[in-house]
Structure formats: structure tokens, C-alpha cells
Ligand binder design. Structure first.
Ligand code: BTN
Length: 288
């Protein structure tokens, strides 16, 4: 990792030392053999798309696809995910169901991914990100990371064939800032400070956590307690946008499956699954 003297800032990482590479991720990996399953690309349409294609062609459990940028990064609700070169982490992980024998709902893996990203950031920086149900990571009230989990089930048996967990992180603010449509709600892990780590280091920390999901999934209580601890909306008024008219409610808790429990003003208590629901916390946040 190279350093240079920055004016008034002491020593900092040179941005040209933050080129994504397996060699630079390897020293931080707990299981060194994982390196053989990491595929890094300069650009891709979408790492999730490539991961799904590779999964169909038989890619093994734990295969990881990373791109420096995506030309058609995909978000939830068919939105696009802004993925410029040199400033983000765009990573998709293939998980196969043989190893996911205990997984009964895909919400748990998404919750686990959100906790993994938070822990990876907390371990390597002094920052304390929060989670917005169900899968967005926020810092200082703005979104720095989105997670898109896609699963394919066998039509005949109904069993899950594979899962792709896609993680998109704004690491630094892109040159010229964020595009107009997201500039008031998007931010980066390092928006106001010079990175003290490289993207490679953060990627390794995320991979280390994601690849022990097999062992961790049986303790869903622990996963959800780590998730709940970081959840930013409990006790707050939220607006729920589902298939019907949006309505207002108070976020109360998450249940043992990671579903959000809300209470309407008339006292009615509802349990929300991720599906097609988006939530905005009142005080002017757009749904995300
Ligand atoms: C969201 O915020 O709606 C989810 C965004 C998920 C973005 C990531 S970036 C890596 C992976 N590839 C994609 O095309 N999407 C996910």
C-alpha cells in the first residue's frame, strides 16, 4: 500500500494504490483458498447479472464477482444503481443451497449481508453505519450502500438452487459528485475524510464475514440482534409504499424472520415482508 504526504492531512493512501486486485485482497482473507474464487473485472453490465450467468453455468458456492464499475448496475424495484469507476465496491457472491440447508427465508441472508457490511466498516474505520430496513446502509443520514439479493428456485421441487447477494458501496464521492437525482440522499463511506483503507481491504473484510454465513445461519437470533442494534427507524414514523395507497405507521420491531413490525395510528399492527414494499422515514427522506 503506498502512501504520500498530503497537504495539511499527514500521510494518506494514494488513490492510484487502490486498484482492485486479488493480490491486494489476499493478505486480509481469513481463508486464503477463497482467493481462487474471486473474479475481478474492469467493467461489467452488472455483477449480479454475471454472477447469475456463472451460477447457471455451474459456478461453485462462494464464487465472488467484483467490478470496478458497472454500466447497468441494478437496484431493488428495477431501479438502476449508480456505479462509477474508481469510487465504489460492486460485489456479488454466489451461494449454493447445499450449504444453505438451514435457510428458510431469504430475508435472513439479506440481514446477514447488511450486518456484515456494517461490521466490516466498523472494524476498518471509525465509522458507525446504520441499517435502514431492509437492506440499505446509512451514514450520517444518507445511503452509502445497497444490497440486492436474487434467488432462483427449482420450479418442480420449489427448492432454492442458488442465491446471488449483490452489494454496492459508495466508497468515496465520485469526481463531480453524485448525479442530481440522488445527490441529496447518497453519500460515501469516506465523504468527509481521506480513506485510511483501500477498497481491497474493505472487500476482504466483507468476504471474510459473508463466507461464514453457513456456520452463522443457525444462530438467527444473534444475526437479528446485531441487525436490530443498528436499525435506524425503530420508534419512528415511516411511510409504507406497497401495492396499495401509501400509509403512515410507527416502526416497532423486527420479528424472528427479519420482517418489519409496524403499528398504524388506528392501533392495527402489521408485519411487513421485504417484497414490493419500500419505506421512507419521515422528515423528507425519499423511499429507497
Ligand atoms: C438497492 O439499493 O436498491 C440495491 C443496490 C444493489 C447494488 C449492487 S452493486 C453489486 C450488485 N450488482 C448489481 O447490479 N446490483 C448489486
Amino acid at each position: 500500500m503506498s502512501t504520500k504526504k498530503c497537504v495539511n492531512k499527514g500521510y494518506c493512501l494514494c488513490s492510484d494504490s487502490d486498484i482492485l486486485s486479488v493480490e491486494s485482497i489476499l493478505p486480509f482473507l481469513h481463508k486464503k483458498e477463497t482467493a481462487g474464487k474471486i473474479h475481478i473485472y474492469g467493467s461489467l453490465e452488472s455483477t449480479n447479472k454475471t454472477a447469475k450467468e456463472m451460477a447457471i453455468c455451474g459456478a461453485e458456492h462462494g464464487t465472488i464477482i467484483i467490478a470496478d464499475y458497472q454500466v447497468a448496475g441494478k437496484g431493488r424495484f428495477n431501479r438502476s444503481f449508480f456505479s462509477p469507476p474508481g469510487h465504489g465496491i460492486y460485489l456479488s457472491l454466489i451461494l449454493r443451497p447445499v450449504q444453505l440447508h438451514l435457510l428458510s427465508n431469504s430475508t435472513l441472508i439479506t440481514s446477514y449481508a447488511a450486518v456484515s457490511v456494517c461490521e466490516a466498516i466498523e472494524t476498518t474505520t471509525e465509522k458507525t453505519p446504520k441499517i435502514k430496513w431492509i437492506n440499505d446502509i446509512y451514514l450520517n443520514g444518507k445511503k452509502i450502500c445497497g444490497i440486492l439479493t436474487e434467488a432462483v428456485t427449482n420450479f418442480e421441487t420449489g427448492s432454492m438452487q442458488w442465491i446471488v447477494v449483490g452489494i454496492g458501496i459508495n466508497f468515496t464521492v465520485p469526481t463531480g459528485g453524485f448525479p442530481h437525482d440522488i445527490k441529496y440522499k447518497a453519500d460515501a463511506v469516506f465523504s468527509d475524510s481521506i480513506p485510511n483503507i483501500t477498497r481491497n481491504r474493505l472487500i476482504a473484510e466483507i468476504i471474510n464475514r459473508m463466507l461464514v454465513f453457513e456456520e452463522s445461519q443457525s444462530d438467527s437470533k444473534l444475526i437479528l440482534s446485531k441487525y436490530r442494534k443498528r436499525l435506524m427507524m425503530l420508534g419512528e414514523k415511516v411511510i409504507i409504499n406497497g401495492q396499495n395507497e401509501p400509509y403512515e405507521a410507527t416502526a416497532i420491531d423486527i420479528d424472528e424472520a427479519g420482517h418489519l413490525i409496524v403499528q398504524k395510528d388506528n392501533g392495527e399492527v402489521l408485519t411487513l415482508a421485504a417484497g414490493e414494499i419500500s419505506i421512507c422515514i419521515q422528515q423528507g427522506l425519499d423511499p429507497a
